[in-house]
Write a protein that binds this ligand. Structure first.
Ligand code: ATP
Length: 260
């Protein structure tokens, strides 16, 4: 079942610098939710807090009714959370299929001892995962590349591999960090189609950090705009795009960048 994600007063400091301050919002089960804001607003830091890569100083993060703040990423995977990164970390000399299978062991039965002994049931489970990974690649337009080394594929296709890797974990909550960055126009269209199909076929909640406002407007039900580590506003993408505070935050950032 799709997860409900609730953040309450999440605060994160690095040294004396407050990167996130009292951030709170709720993502309802099955929603596609956008997290937007100018460069340096704290979007990736917030993702890192949700996925357990950063430990907030205070606040609460719940998946359904369970408090998960401070949980390690591997534990969060058991709550149904999977994520992609701004820069996909792939094993470039391994095949596309092997890259998708990385991390799939969290869903294999037994533990590291039974996998290393290659007990019969682990072999069967591994075979099933391979078939599932191939099917995911097919569904996301990458079936033709399954047995090629990952370094023969473009940056855009690497992002597709990472998406399939996250989906193989059968997430109930999927976090996508700048999935469209560096993609061609055609690749953005293909990504958008994949996410729309995912929503139709799977019971899943999706949170996207993205600068591509066209994509955010096409995909999301709601957005939160972050600025200087705080929630500036919450609403639909259309409301965000016409909100004077949001326009000011982006223009202010451009002016600062131009002056630098
Ligand atoms: N590990 C860290 N140590 C110190 N400061 C950090 C760390 N991670 C992030 N920051 C700081 O937190 C602030 C927010 O950065 P973050 O990457 O979360 O913003 P963002 O909204 O994702 O930006 P962008 O859109 O450019 O990716 C920045 O000032 C950044 O320098």
């Amino acid at each position: 079942m799709a997860a409900r994600l609730t953040l309450h007063e999440v605060t994160l400091r690095f040294g004396g610098v407050k990167v996130l301050q009292d951030v709170g919002f709720t993502v309802e089960p099955g929603q596609i939710f956008g997290l937007v804001g100018p460069n340096g607003a704290g979007k990736t830091s917030l993702f890192n807090c949700i996925s357990g890569h950063y430990h907030p100083n205070s606040g609460s993060i719940t998946i359904d009714e369970t408090e998960v703040l401070g949980n390690a990423p591997s534990r969060l995977a058991r709550h149904g959370l999977a994520r992609t990164f701004q820069h996909p970390a792939l094993q470039l000399h391994a095949t596309v299929l092997e890259n998708v299978l990385l991390g799939a062991h969290t869903h294999l039965p037994g533990g590291p001892v039974s996998w290393s002994l290659r007990l019969p049931y682990t072999g069967r489970a591994e075979k099933d995962r391979r078939e599932e990974a191939r099917a995911l690649l097919e569904r996301n337009g990458l079936g033709w590349a399954a047995d090629l080394p990952a370094d023969e594929l473009s940056h855009g296709l690497h992002k597709g591999i990472e998406l399939c890797r996250a989906l193989l974990m059968r997430p109930r909550l999927l976090l996508l960090d700048e999935p469209a960055a560096g993609l061609s126009h055609g690749e953005v269209e293909q990504f958008s189609d994949s996410i729309k199909r995912l929503r139709e076929e799977e019971d899943i909640t999706i949170v996207i950090v993205e600068h591509h406002m066209g994509l955010i407007a096409a995909l999301t039900d709601r957005v939160v705009v972050l600025d200087h580590g705080r929630v500036l506003m919450e609403g639909t993408a259309a409301q965000a795009q016409s909100d004077p505070r949001v326009i000011e935050a982006y223009i202010g950032k451009e002016a600062t960048d131009d002056a630098a």
